[in-house]
Design a protein around this ligand. Sequence first.
Ligand code: OGA
Ligand code: MN
Length: 283
Amino acid sequence: MQINPLSDILGAEVVGLDVGNLDKANLKTVQEAFLKYHVLVFREQKLLPEQQIQFATNFGKLDVHIQKDNQYSGHEAMQILSNKKINGKYIGSPSAGDAWHSDLSYTDIPTLCTMLYAVEIPEVGGDTEWSNMYKAYDTLSSEVKSRLKGLHARHTFNRFRNPRIEVPDVYKGKGKERYVDVAPPDAIHPVVRTHPETGHKALYISERFTIGIEELEEEEGQLLLDELIAHQKNRDFIYRHKWSQGDLTIWDNRCLIHLACGGVPEGQIRHMHRVIVRGDKPF
Ligand code: OGA
Ligand code: MN
């Protein structure tokens, strides 16, 4: 097994390892690399759904997403992200992750890590970006850092309550079913969280899910969020991944935010299998 960094800021590829056939020593190496690089890309995997699910359980307990319509038949822990259609209907979510976010931050117990497996990849578009939230926190001025001390943010799944984002075109007219009816109660999390394994601090808000700061007046909170959200998108913190068929990525939602870049032309297919591992309550 070889581990090669993909950028200076985050991410490494793992070459020469079949994650469907892993021994204890390799698993330990992988888990250490995961904490060090935050995103791992296992190249040239050939994974059945059961094998991906089995590999994910090495990182914790699997979670089931609130939207059930993209589940892989027979495996409720697996979701399909896809722009493939059968009888005019998408067979998976075609637009998941289209605004910067950390997975499931709108719940009390958000996602530890997400595993996304590239079954079919378009020639153009469909990249994913990750931004390093340790770095985002570390590079704030000491004034802003002390301002953030003790602050909590409100996160919601409901797109209609978030003025910074819109309902994607594919769900126009069906937004209520998708984003309101299934939304759990808002989650309140510290604006700066401590990673439970590394002990480092990370900025924990996002454009997609964060809608306010609990301790501040509405306008002051929105201005602070605007400032932090702009800071999170600093290109120096970001790695952009161009997928290859067979890539299995795993990323740490406790110290990263991520974005589906979109831009897949009509007629090209992007088809992915996704599994999420439940984390713990942010502190
Ligand atoms: C996700 C996600 C991004 C992408 O699976 O959680 O945001 O590029 N995916 O598919
Ligand atoms: Mn996501």
